[in-house]
Design a protein around this ligand. Structure first.
Ligand SMILES: Cc1cc2nc3c(=O)[nH]c(=O)nc-3n(C[C@H](O)[C@H](O)[C@H](O)COP(=O)(O)OP(=O)(O)OC[C@H]3O[C@@H](n4cnc5c(N)ncnc54)[C@H](O)[C@@H]3O)c2cc1C
Length: 328
């Protein structure tokens, strides 16, 4: 089946995205003899870099992925994922998918390099990018292990943050979850919020605000991040008076939301949930609302957002695609 269809330039399965979800789907699909094509994306700035390899390309130490007792850097781990996928025959194309015609059979994927790829099934694994404040020094320190992160659950337990004053920016449930997590490690958790009340649920607010080591900074925005190689403080601006002040901190966790990478799916007929993530109507599988189209990783998960959960979803999507192809 596979060889014949590929002779006619129709793929069995195309995986869009090259983070933990995409590469894991590729490993499973390749081992199932589906000869997957992985479309890995192209580097861009948004405002932090978005790179083939995904969100982990922006982090130094990954210490919570099983199998790496001494930790591993994000880029090193993603290189190993890719190598493992290629070892079993995954083919790689360095382009973005710009538009999908899922109504046509075989389906058509239109790429940024002008090519159109035809395929019988698709796994969407394009992830979700963390929103950043957009300050030059914030992005510089976020991309070189300088103590600025968009994931407290991922980085908060690192030794560099132990017993140090840390800051969380944001006022929603995610920000409160990040702050609550950090209270276990920090000397003080400074929560910086641009308004005079939180958007987070009452329960989350109570949990965080009752902690001894939390200090709120209402009506405040971060206008600069201080530190040469590692963060030493923030410049805050009062949104009411315009006054500026310095706050010494040794870690900044930006928790102002994530944006799923779904722009290329507009007009495709794919259904989204209320938060704009790809909807998986049968919660038990990776199937989307469209036949032969599956989704995995952060693009379809606004709850867990971890490399291990993304990889697990990638595995499920490849098995679902294989079974779907066998039945059609
Ligand atoms: C700063 C930071 C640190 C983190 N640290 C950890 C950690 O220590 N441990 C942990 O478990 N998790 C960590 N995470 C979370 C983890 O990175 C994500 O949960 C995981 O990367 C999600 O994997 P994914 O495959 O779903 O998506 P991503 O890793 O986001 O990959 C998506 C891929 O899709 C590509 N893409 C996007 N759009 C297109 C398109 N139109 N066409 C083609 N390709 C496209 C992108 O280039 C990218 O390669 C961290 C996240 C951040 C931001």
């Amino acid at each position: 089946m596979s060889d014949a269809t590929r002779e006619n330039d129709v793929e069995d399965v195309v995986i869009i995205g090259s983070g933990p979800a995409g590469w894991t789907a590729a490993i499973y699909a390749a081992r199932a003899n589906l000869h997957p094509l992985c479309i890995v994306g192209v580097p861009k700035q948004n405002p932090a870099p978005v790179l083939p390899g995904g969100q982990l390309m922006l982090t130094t130490e990954v210490e919570n992925y099983p199998g790496f007792p001494d930790g591993v850097t994000g880029p090193e781990m993603m290189m190993m994922f890719q190598k493992q996928a290629e070892r079993f025959g995954t083919r790689v194309k360095g382009a973005d998918v710009e538009r999908c015609d899922f109504g046509e059979r075989p389906m058509a994927l239109h790429l940024s390099n002008g090519e159109t790829v035809r395929t019988r099934s698709v796994i969407i694994a394009t992830g979700a990018t963390a929103n950043w404040i957009g300050l030059d020094n914030e992005l510089r320190l976020a991309t070189n292990g300088g103590g600025v992160s968009a994931c407290a659950v991922c980085d908060g337990a690192l030794p560099v943050f132990r017993d140090k004053p840390l800051a969380v920016v944001g006022g929603g449930d995610t920000a409160m979850e990040e702050a609550a997590y950090l209270t276990k490690f920090a000397s003080t958790v400074h929560i910086i919020h641009r308004r005079d009340s939180l958007r987070a649920s009452k329960t989350m607010q109570d949990r965080v605000l009752s902690a001894d080591n939390v200090q709120m900074h209402w009506n405040s925005t971060v206008v600069d991040v201080i530190g040469e190689d590692f963060i030493t403080g923030l410049v805050l601006e009062d949104t009411v008076t315009g006054d500026r002040s310095e706050l010494p901190v040794n870690g900044l966790f930006v928790a102002i939301g994530h944006a799923p990478a779904t722009e290329f799916l507009k007009e495709s007929g794919i259904a989204f949930d209320d938060s704009g993530y790809v909807s998986l109507p049968d919660g038990g599988s990776s199937a989307t609302n469209l036949e032969g189209v599956f989704a995995a990783g952060d693009v379809a998960d606004h709850v867990y957002r971890q490399a291990i959960t993304a990889a697990g979803m990638g595995c499920r999507a490849a098995i679902d695609a294989e079974r779907w192809l066998a039945g059609h």
